[in-house]
Write a protein that binds this ligand. Structure first.
Ligand code: FAD
Ligand code: SF4
Length: 523
């Protein structure tokens, strides 16, 4: 029998059980699709990275002796969508069995499930065999609408998969080393910051194709793509991370710097945007590497370092992948499709247009946005506490915030983007993902970065012309949502501080905030 197996762009998992056997009757389909380029406006580096990784994967499968149909936009553009293309191929190749791996996005899972019901040949689905938790067992961990918390989930998984454990207890006697981590990076630390491993994948033909088909994109074009597009390159990046970055990963996980132009201790631009982060998210989300492989490799490096890498660093790293990554996926699947509509704080403002250019006088936002447009990347704290925080405290509509994040980042796929953005960062889910709203004034940015020293605005002021806009916006947000947050033990103190301010000061701050929002485009 003739079998067609579909491989989606984020299913480039060479370890999948599908590839253990070879059969001339099994045709693997990898196709660039217009429908995947236009459900939002993507960063050009993201489109090129996926297309290049798909082509490399098709090539590798072929080399390994499988029969592969790799179609580019040139061949698929005439088909309206994925089902239309599949119908045509089923006819053309007299396919009797259609098989696919469960997509990680609700949109695609729905589309393929509807399609499967519409055809009269046999259909079989498989797990993607990528995550620690299988699709089938997510229901044991996550319930719709329930306010889940990372910590108990993470501990369960640590114990279940026996990672950093010692006779049933966490290694070092503690589950969490956050207090030892998360330091500000100082000029004296700059000398140690590693030079990042960047690739130079020639994607010029992909760029021409994307242009030829009028795919609307955003961001800075790179003809030599710096992101890994093969398993081999992804492994090189992982090796580089273990060798040079893991040693300070947790310590500087939340640090931000813009020290480019100061003579003393300036970091070159490429070291400044990556710091100690792994930049493995694209390789992980495209499934070039499995989370198990990444974690096992990092733990082996930690063990081999014999004390030179502290437990706090490796624990911080494992927590992100075993903890947060699996956690947000569970929340997504338990709560879709309703999750995509949640707007608990009733935020309605339009996203300022400078999110598409970085042209704002607020230095922190200027840097985070410019960097996102240039590299299709920002690290977690830039996403959460700079861009995300601004949208939260200004009341930007979550649909618009989701759209920006889904388009701009190299690693943005809805299952991981949405719980992080709509949930953790915008609190639009009312606390399903996080126990508090991550709202902050300029004080936090000043604590974790050096952005404020070169800013047009004054971080210590709250209602003058030159006052840091985040201060007044923060207080307005907290005052506006008194009913939502005043009973939360994590924000109680904030309200006590607010009420300690003289009434006149509070009024000045609130009216300054309203004025800022009226002129949001000019900030
Ligand atoms: P590192 O700092 O080196 O961390 C290692 C790995 O841990 C990452 O590669 C990632 O796989 C995982 N990880 C870390 N934090 C998270 C998290 N909160 N959720 C899930 N996985 C995590 N991550 C995405 O992969 N895709 C997204 O679209 C995405 N959107 C985000 C939107 C917002 C508003 C926020 C606050 C976070 C978002 N994240 C997203 C999570 C996180 O910011 C990125 O995974 C991380 O910055 C990727 O860079 P890195 O590989 O250098 O990560
Ligand atoms: Fe950002 Fe305010 Fe600091 Fe300027 S002063 S960099 S706007 S936090």
């Amino acid at each position: 029998t003739q079998k067609l197996r579909l491989i989606l762009g984020d299913q480039l998992n060479a370890e999948h059980s599908w590839y253990k056997d070879k059969s001339p009757n099994t045709l693997y389909l990898i196709a660039e699709l217009y429908q995947e380029t236009n459900y939002t406006r993507h960063h050009i580096q993201k489109v090129s990275a996926f297309f290049a990784a798909m082509a490399a994967f098709a090539n590798a499968l072929e080399q390994a002796g499988h029969s592969v149909l790799h179609l580019t936009l040139d061949e698929t553009a005439q088909y309206q969508d994925l089902p239309t293309l599949l119908n045509e191929l089923i006819d053309r190749h007299q396919i009797e069995e259609f098989e696919y791996q469960l997509p990680d996005e609700y949109r695609l899972r729905q589309q393929l499930s509807l399609f499967s019901r519409s055809i009269d040949i046999s259909v079989k689905t498989y797990e993607s065999e990528h995550f620690y938790l299988s699709d089938a067992e997510l229901v044991d961990y996550f319930k719709v609408g329930k306010k889940h918390r990372l910590e108990p989930f993470y501990r369960k998984l640590r114990a279940r998969f026996n990672l950093l454990m010692e006779q049933g207890s966490p290694l070092g006697g503690k589950w969490n080393f956050d207090a030892d981590n998360r330091q500000k990076i100082k000029v004296t630390d700059f000398y140690d910051v590693p030079t990042p491993l960047l690739f130079a994948n020639d994607v010029s033909t992909i760029l021409q194709r994307v242009e030829r088909h009028n795919v609307a994109t955003i961001g800075v074009v790179q003809a030599n793509l710096l992101w890994p597009i093969t398993r081999h390159q992804a492994n090189k990046l992982l090796e580089h991370f273990c060798r040079y970055c893991l040693v300070r990963f947790g310590q500087f996980q939340d640090a931000m710097t813009a020290k480019l132009d100061l003579k003393l201790g300036a970091l070159s631009e490429d070291r400044q945007w990556t710091l100690y982060h792994s930049r493995l998210s694209f390789a992980l989300n495209a499934k070039l590497l499995s989370p198990k492989h990444v974690i096992d490799t990092a733990i082996t490096a930690y063990q081999a370092a014999k004390g030179e890498i502290t437990l706090a660093q490796i624990e911080g790293f494992v927590r992100q992948i075993l903890g947060w990554r699996e956690f947000v996926r569970g929340v997504y699947w338990a709560n879709m499709p309703e999750y995509a509509e949640l707007n608990r704080l009733s935020a309605t403002r339009a996203l300022p247009t400078w999110f598409w250019s970085g042209d704002t006088k607020m230095n922190c936002l200027h840097h985070a946005i410019k960097q996102s447009l240039e590299y299709s990347y920002a690290h977690h704290i830039q996403r959460l506490m700079v861009t995300g925080n601004f949208c939260l405290i200004s009341g930007v509509a979550p649909d618009q915030v989701d759209d920006w994040y889904l388009g701009v980042y190299i690693d943005a796929i809805e299952w991981v983007e949405m719980p992080n953005t709509r949930g953790m960062s915008q609190f639009a889910d009312g606390g399903i993902v996080g126990s508090k709203a991550y709202a902050a004034s300029g004080n936090y940015i000043n604590k974790m970065s050096d952005y404020c020293t070169n800013c047009h605005y004054q971080v210590k002021q709250s209602h003058t012309n030159k006052a840091c806009p985040l201060n007044a916006l923060y207080w307005r947000f907290m005052a506006q949502h008194f009913d939502d947050f005043s009973t939360n033990p994590r924000t109680k103190m904030v309200y006590a501080n607010w009420l300690k301010k003289p009434v006149e000061d509070r009024e000045l701050i609130l009216s300054h905030a309203e004025n800022l929002l009226c002129h949001i485009e000019e900030l």
